[in-house]
Design a protein around this ligand. Structure first.
Ligand code: NAP
Length: 492
């Protein structure tokens, strides 16, 4: 960063403010804030940072129409040309990394350094799927019927609605837009009301990169009303949703009359298991990485930790020391590792979970209280022992790790699988046979062995059971936006 006498943090904040735009994007037109708007605040200090349009259903219809009108040309654009435009977009995201990260840290509250990491992670999906676009191909085979050849052509499903949550304000958008563009789909994005500005900035950069008008649209407003228009429209052929399981169910039901293709990336209650033979230092370090990203507000955060009796004390002691050393604070303070909860509802949920655990036999080994009288900060917390039933069925979505002891591998696997959710799980061991046994036995879409970080552009990401269906990232991610047309050729 240039030496202007202004501190790097102040320069970053200024770069973020430059990118902060208060508009929706409808067919290339920037739709400004009108009489109705929604305020967006900074969870680190509660101050309003801007407003977004509270659109009318007719505006959402206009965005859908723009996506439908742009679809024929975009879907026929040669895939190398689409890939080249995606790479231009990715280059602009790289150039604006600092500003995007500052914007994200301001509206989401995640530490600035972590926000920079998310911008890179988000951009990796655009870059990865530009490569996938270039190598996209169908198949041909000889038919079992003599004299016939079968072609399997891959075609984009059509205009797609993409509804995203606030916890990864950039990555949850690009993990959908990347494969959608690679497949040839046009999109209407609905970001979360808490974190719209990162998404708007990304869309503006896409237009600046030359993504044609109408190919990328962004709508804001009341979620129920916007969702109803998107799901009811016959022009929208695909819905990709990331968010909570109850909202996922509602949207799925709303999509039934128009039979849309669906991807549902929903909630989780991930278990993390530490076996007697594990490297305990590693297990502690990886638990911290997995759990405290975004202040414990990720769908794949370990929600409950099971430790085999022989290493329980050593793990608990190590974890307690590591968690009590985590610095809590405003996203832009140096060395901060844990920020605020996203809103009052999030803070109240964390308080409820800790109180429930206390009533059901858990002991607090560190933390266990809100950090200040005011604000949304909760002290990083470790709970030991007690009842795990709440943590099997409800994600805490906060900086709290409940730790429970177990005796046998069979017991650990049973407790892991005793949940309606099936998104992610983690285990730590040095035994290869156990690795394969446990990895196969866990009822989750994503499993990490000896690591707390299980997502990048190459990983097929998605859940089973009440965590949803469909995969994002990886070579499978594009299939969610493609349909296969078979052409049978009866050749003479
Ligand atoms: P949420 O309340 O379900 O909201 C997610 C998105 O859906 C937001 O854009 C929200 O809009 C919108 N929405 C809410 N109600 C709607 C409706 N009736 N119709 C249409 N859209 C509607 O979830 P959240 O609290 O933002 O996110 C946290 C949840 O996401 C957690 O359960 C987490 O586990 C899950 N998650 C899953 C994954 C995954 O990959 N599986 C990744 C990240 C997060 P507003 O913001 O305007 O309300």
């Amino acid at each position: 960063m240039a030496d202007t006498g202004v501190s790097p943090v102040e320069q970053a904040k200024a770069a973020g403010i430059k990118l902060l735009k208060e508009h929706a994007v409808i067919g290339g037109r920037r739709a400004p804030v009108g009489a109705k708007f929604i305020e967006v605040d900074n969870p680190s200090n509660g101050r309003v940072i801007g407003v977004i349009p509270d659109l009318e259903p007719a505006d959402v219809q206009a965005a859908i129409q723009a996506a439908a009108d742009a679809f024929p040309a975009w879907s026929k654009t040669p895939q190398v040309e689409r890939a080249a435009l995606m790479r231009k977009w990715a280059a602009l995201i790289d150039e604006n990394e600092i500003g995007l990260a500052a914007l994200m840290a301001t509206e989401n509250g995640k530490p600035f350094e972590e926000a920079k990491g998310e911008v890179r992670y988000a951009n990796s999906f655009i870059k990865w799927f530009a490569g996938v676009a270039e190598s996209l191909h169908g198949e041909s085979m000889e038919s079992p019927t003599k004299g016939m050849t079968i072609l399997s052509l891959k075609e984009p499903v059509g205009p797609a609605a993409l509804i995203a949550p606030w916890n990864f304000p950039a990555a949850m958008i690009t993990r959908k837009v990347g494969p959608a563009f690679a497949a040839g789909c046009t999109v209407v994005i609905k970001p979360a009301h808490q974190t719209p500005f990162t998404a708007i900035a990304l869309v503006d950069l896409a237009l600046e990169a030359g993504i044609p008008e109408g190919v990328i649209n962004l709508v804001t407003g009341q979620p129920g009303a916007v969702g109803e228009v998107l799901t009811a429209s016959p022009l929208i052929r695909k819905l990709s949703f990331t968010g909570s399981t109850p909202v996922g169910r509602t949207l799925m039901a709303q999509c039934a009359p128009t039979l849309k293709r669906l991807s549902m990336e929903l909630g989780g209650a991930a278990p993390l298991v530490v076996f007697d033979d594990a490297d305990i230092e590693l297990a502690v370090a990886e638990t911290i990485k997995g759990k405290f990203r975004n202040s414990g507000q990720t769908c794949v955060c370990p929600n409950r930790v099971y430790v085999q009796r022989g290493v329980y004390d050593a793990y608990l002691e190590g974890l307690t020391a590591a968690v009590s050393a985590l610095k809590l604070g405003d996203a832009f303070e140096p060395d901060v590792k844990v920020g605020p909860l996203i809103d009052r509802k999030g803070l109240e949920k964390v308080k409820r979970h800790v109180a429930w655990a206390h009533e059901h036999g858990s002991k607090v080994t560190t933390g266990g209280t809100p950090a200040r009288q005011e604000g949304l900060f909760y002290t990083p917390t470790v709970l030991a022992g007690g009842d795990d039933s709440l943590f099997r069925e409800e994600e805490t979505f906060g900086p709290v790790v409940p730790v429970f002891a177990f005796d046998t591998e069979e017991e650990a696997v049973t407790r892991c699988n005793s949940s309606d959710f099936g998104l992610a799980s983690y285990f730590f061991t040095r035994d290869f046979d156990r690795t394969m046994r446990v990895a196969r036995a866990l009822e989750d879409g994503i499993v990490g062995m000896n690591t707390g970080l299980i997502s990048n552009a190459a990983v097929p990401f998605g859940g089973v059971k009440q965590s949803g269906f469909g995969r994002e990232g990886s070579l499978y991610g594009i299939d969610e936006y493609l349909s296969v047309k078979s052409v049978t050729l009866a050749l003479k």
